[in-house]
Design a protein. Sequence first.
Length: 174
Amino acid sequence: MNTLSNHITQTLLDEVQRRIIQESVPRIKKCLRLLSDSQIWHRPNEQTVSVGNLVLHLMGNLRQWVLSGIDGQPDDRQRSQEFTETGPVSTEKLIRDLDSLITEINQALNRVTPEALTEKRDVQGFEESVLSILIHVTEHFSYHTGQITYYTKSTLNVDTQYYSGMDLDKTASD
């Protein structure tokens, strides 16, 4: 592949890592540290899962879509268990498991080649390109990070201060 393909691939992978690993994961960990174990495992109603379930679900999704779908590792996901777990699984264990998984995800993403981006992979009953998988896991992770943040802010009445010290009112004309 040419230099431009390598550059585009690396830029994409850097952005996926930035959005998931540098942005969403620290936000989730911050929320987990703010919430008590009972709040992490609280289900507001029978149609809503807990923050703990969402964390388990995100880890299952990353394992299946990135480690299995992209990196070719075995797919042993038990998706329904991510939602039936009632906890409590300790905050420390959730964070430790998330950190361990992120190490594996980084390693897998570092093995993605420009040629692989257009290759089709079977994941969770879908046929997707590696590029599509990368987009899916990024938006999926961000979506559930937002749910976790919303629950934390509404339950504790706190500002998570994700953008502390930044002027978010800046515009292009400033």
